[in-house]
Design a binder for this molecule. Structure first.
Ligand SMILES: C[S@@+](CC[C@H](N)C(=O)[O-])C[C@H]1O[C@@H](n2cnc3c(N)ncnc32)[C@H](O)[C@@H]1O
Length: 152
């Protein structure tokens, strides 16, 4: 029998934002720095991470709602399915960001490219490979339609 997922945070994210209201989405907070604190028991898992220029950071949106299967953005009232959105509100509120690794100091990583509040639980860190982790042909139809970039 397969096991159900069991998530245990590996650390905590220290953010310049204390409230969700002041927390800018990634596109607007690119220049802000965040500090990832990895708990001591997971520190050995950081070996060689300082050789990575970019990392994928997975975190748990601990103030998110978990009951929304469709939702509209505040700037777009038309509802879309949660799985077509990057909203923090989802059945399993796991967030993902590609971050620039600025500095490693022991079990603390300074990064740019996050969009979460102080105290957000850190779930995982992975190296970002330019060859695997970008999809230059990726498109989001509903977004293109809204912004007028959709050819259809
Ligand atoms: C749109 S989500 C995107 C998250 C991630 N970049 C992704 O794409 O999976 C980011 C927003 O979630 C909200 N947020 C930040 N920290 C949160 C937390 N700990 N719990 C719930 N919502 C949070 C803020 O409004 C922030 O701008």
């Amino acid at each position: 029998m397969k096991e159900n997922p069991q998530l245990n945070p590996i650390g905590v994210i220290h953010s310049p934002y204390n409230t969700i209201e002041e927390c800018h989405p990634y596109s607007q907070s690119r220049e802000q720095t965040f500090r990832l604190e990895v708990f001591p028991e997971f520190a050995p898992a950081l070996q060689s991470v300082e050789t990575c220029t970019h990392i994928l950071v997975l975190y748990w949106m601990h103030h998110a709602r978990r009951d929304l299967l469709t939702q509209g953005y505040r700037w777009d009232n038309k509802p879309h399915g949660t799985f077509a959105l990057r909203s923090p509100h989802r059945p399993n509120p796991i967030a993902l960001s590609t971050c620039e690794l600025v500095l490693r100091e022991g079990r603390f990583l300074t990064v740019q490219g996050l969009d979460c509040i102080e105290g957000t639980p850190l779930l995982d860190i992975k190296p970002c490979f330019a060859t695997h982790d970008g999809s230059p042909d990726a498109r989001v139809g509903w977004w293109e339609k809204r912004t007028g970039k959709c050819p259809q």
